[in-house]
Design a protein around this ligand. Sequence first.
Ligand code: FPP
Length: 246
Amino acid sequence: MNIFSNKSQKLLDANKLPHHIAFIIDGNGRWAKKKGLPRTVGHSFGVKAVADTVQNCVNLGIKYMSFYAFSTENWNRPQDEVDAIFELLRDYIKQYVGDYENKNIKVMTSGDITKLPKDIYETIEEAKEKTKHCTDFVLNIALNYGGRDEIIRGINQIIKDGVKDVSKESFKTYLYTKNLPDPDLIVRTSGEFRTSNFMPYQAVYSEWAFPKTYWPDFNNKQLIKILLNFQKRDRRFGAIKKEEKK
Ligand code: FPP
């Protein structure tokens, strides 16, 4: 089935889009360096690319979107860069929350956001509260997120709850993403081929794409190219095709 109008989007099959697409946004610093600009300018253009990508995914009808905005390891960056990232994030949330409410996009986070500066934490909590009734789309921002931390946190909670028997499915309910399907597709920009502690439990059957583009230059054309490639992949989840069984 095809519901898209623009030229390359026309080739997309609306029935074979990822339910959940995740982005490891990488290359903001190198983008800025290449242009002789401070790294923070790269982050600022990176935020613009996040806003555009959210809109592009919404236009395509992709329901769940995750963005790896700040990892548990990113605290090791210079303090002024960390501060700048948080300011950009706060401005982004303030600027877009009304729009997301109108577009029926629920904002949620993965990671321990209580460790973020108080005003940032409060802005995010307000955005979550304002959009908690939204049902068409979910925007999951991974902030102070680390996949190993998430798993250990889940295990500790299980111990606290006195649960004696855990299954693959029940463990999922202890993850930040308990209400999200696993990501079908994870995109890491900038030509780096690492997974960097991103959703290790959820990503076991994710398809990956590693475009060379630095994140601030990521656009709809590249998104469509990645989606077209994704739709050509044969996702078998460890099984074989029906006709090959005999
Ligand atoms: C990766 O580029 C980017 C980051 C670690 C932080 C980016 C986060 C924001 C700009 C906050 C806003 C996010 C949202 C979802 C609104 P890098 O600095 O690692 O690039 P480099 O590898 O080229 O140095």
